[in-house]
Design a binder for this molecule. Structure first.
Ligand code: HEC
Ligand code: HEC
Length: 155
């Protein structure tokens, strides 16, 4: 958006550009091309650089925070009504994959069904693993939790 569509010699104007940062992280660059009738510089390219700071994941220490707004939009809503593999992908994979705080499925699989169920329901103390059971204010029903145990054990 420009403040004026006509500028005389030495006149100044303003140009407004909007950069969408949704889903982006870290250093990003956006270019804006300006075509002018200046015979020496018919095309000017502006490069806008920004460092997008993730507002949600700095200094997070309470795992249960993921169950309420604004965190639940990404951490809970995608798993609503799902079970098994799809539920695992929506709710668990965020933390349980390479480079993240939780272990892999092959590590979980070594636990007994009972321990697996209990950790998913009530969490793992002193870690960022929250208890997902509906009973204690989490988002998952008994059936959804059993479906996860079956999925993990079957892998
Ligand atoms: C816009 C979606 C989104 C929102 C909102 C969001 N998260 Fe996340 N979160 C993710 C994704 C995606 C990951 C997986 C890590 C990654 O890809 O960067 C993640 C990972 C995490 C992790 C695991 C980090 C690790 O290294 O294991 C924690 C803890 C977490 N989020 C907590 C929160 C909390 C608390 C909030 C609310 C204050 C929140 N998240 C809001 C998308 C989101
Ligand atoms: C916010 C991040 C986060 C989310 C979401 C999350 N976990 Fe975890 N989980 C962890 C962390 C951290 C640990 C502890 C890892 C450790 O002990 O080093 C853990 C531990 C576990 C353990 C115990 C593993 C062991 O060897 O002790 C199981 C089982 C588990 N998670 C299953 C799940 C399932 C199933 C889901 C999805 C419903 C899930 N987790 C979602 C972070 C998360």
């Amino acid at each position: 958006m420009v403040s004026s569509d006509h500028l005389g010699p030495d006149e100044e104007g303003q140009l407004m550009a909007t950069v969408t940062t949704e889903g982006k992280k870290g250093l990003i660059t956006k270019t804006v091309q300006i075509r002018t009738n200046d015979p020496e510089r018919p095309l000017v390219i502006l490069r806008l650089r920004a460092n997008v700071i993730d507002p949600f994941h700095r200094g997070v220490t309470n795992a249960r925070a993921i169950f309420s707004a604004p965190c639940s939009r990404c951490h809970v809503e995608k798993g609503l009504g799902k079970s098994g593999a799809a539920l695992y992908q929506a709710d668990c994979l965020l933390c349980h994959r390479r480079g993240r705080s939780g272990g892999s499925i092959s590590e979980m699989k070594r636990l007994s069904r009972k321990d697996l169920e209990s950790i998913i329901k009530y969490g793992k103390p002193d870690t960022m693993m929250p208890g997902f059971s509906f009973e204690i204010g989490g988002p998952l029903t008994e059936r959804q939790i059993s479906s996860l145990v079956r999925y993990i054990k079957g892998r």
